[in-house]
Design a protein around this ligand. Structure first.
Ligand code: GLU
Length: 368
């Protein structure tokens, strides 16, 4: 393996459990592979699902309602982490349970707080095993599947490599179980929004989270300079082979990092409280000219937010292309939208600057 690397490995329910509960053999196998990465000098964070499925094997509760999932996850997370504790102890590795909810990471402080915990554990040579904290996740504020969580964790710890293990060998042009002529996609960046839209329905190809969620997570991490590989969790020695540079599965080459940590947080972790719809001219000023968003370019304001909240910015086609910290509360913004900035003070009796969203507090999303 090249120098010391930080690697985030995401392993989904499909691989980790059987209808009878935890897949003990698989857990041992993946633990042996992760241990070999660590012995070779890597720092690893494992993002593991399986709590809900493990709970279901004990309680035999049906359904997928929020409360049911909360109950199942609370029951299942304990044996899941206990199993990891035992199998990693055989490799002399101490594990830590790190449960996170989307709500914890939406504020900048929360994001940095989680980063401190994870890097503190890595500094101690401990293997953090993360999962969504399904017990307190709400319908509105949850990751759902662990693909976005694993991308976020890779961003949190400044990982070099994110490996998303799936039940197939990577991402395919269709569902390989139903379409034998479906081909493995080698370069993940060919999965543009257009390709994804036409492949909708082929959701099975990537396992529980589906293709879209994997591609979005992978793209977001790769735009932060992280190499991302979606590969078959059942391939022998898949993790050490990828870490050694073997080309397996679907790879998203890392893009050059230009974003600051604050911009990364805005683009991936922050949750928006509202949306500003802007006209074509304003969209162009933001995407092509690197300008701030002025009230004059805003056509409509959705949501109830205060100054300093995170808002999405959508173009005339309603597609969200940017996100930023807003300078005016929604009830004031509706009064100044479409108006030139020199009139703000006379309309509102105060002003917080000429911009609705200042350039320094704005980040263009990957799709822009
Ligand atoms: N966080 C849930 C669990 O541990 C499910 C996540 C998933 O399937 O990706 O069971």
């Amino acid at each position: 393996m090249p120098d010391r690397k930080r690697i985030v490995v995401k392993c989904g329910t499909q691989l980790l459990t059987t209808p009878a509960g935890l897949n003990e053999g698989y857990i041992e196998q993946i633990a042996a592979q992760i241990s070999s990465l660590i012995r070779d000098g890597a720092e690893v964070v494992l993002v593991s699902s399986g709590a809900v499925a493990a709970g279901r094997a004990r309680l035999h509760l049906r359904g997928n309602q929020l409360t049911t999932r909360q109950v199942l996850a609370a029951v299942g997370q304990a044996p899941l982490i206990a199993r990891y504790g035992t199998v990693f102890a055989a490799h002399d590795i101490t594990v830590a349970q790190t449960l996170m909810s989307r709500a914890d990471l939406t504020t900048r402080d929360g994001f940095l707080n989680a980063r401190n915990a994870l890097t503190g554990l890595l500094d101690q040579g401990v293997l953090p095993i993360a999962n969504e904290n399904d017990v307190v996740a709400t319908e509105e504020l949850r990751f759902g599947d662990n693909d976005p969580l694993s991308a976020l964790i890779a961003q949190l710890v400044d990982a070099d490599l994110l490996i998303l293990l799936t039940g197939t060998d990577g991402l395919y042009t269709g569902d390989p179980r139903r379409h034998p002529d479906a081909e493995l996609i080698r370069d993940g960046h060919v999965m543009t929004d257009e390709v994804l839209a036409s492949a909708a329905g082929a959701a099975g190809a990537g396992g529980s989270g589906g293709v879209r969620s994997k591609v979005e997570a992978a793209r977001s991490a790769s735009f932060d300079g992280i190499e991302v590989v979606v590969a078959g969790g059942n391939l022998p020695d898949v993790l050490p082979r990828i870490a050694a540079g073997e080309r397996l599965g679907t790879r998203f080459a890392p893009r050059q990092v230009t974003r600051t940590s604050r911009a990364r947080w805005l683009s991936s972790a922050a949750t928006e409280r509202g949306t500003l719809r802007v006209d074509g001219g304003a969209k162009q000023a933001l995407t092509d000219a690197g300008r701030s968003l002025l009230p004059a370019g805003i056509c409509a304001v959705d949501g109830d937010f205060i100054r300093g909240d995170v808002v999405a910015v959508a173009g005339p086609d309603e597609r969200v292309f940017a996100r930023g910290l807003v300078n005016y509360a929604s009830h004031d913004l509706v009064r100044i939208l479409g108006r030139p900035s020199h009139l703000i003070a006379s309309i509102l009796d105060y002003e917080h600057g000429a911009e609705a969203v200042h350039r320094n507090n704005l980040v263009l999303l990957d799709s822009a």
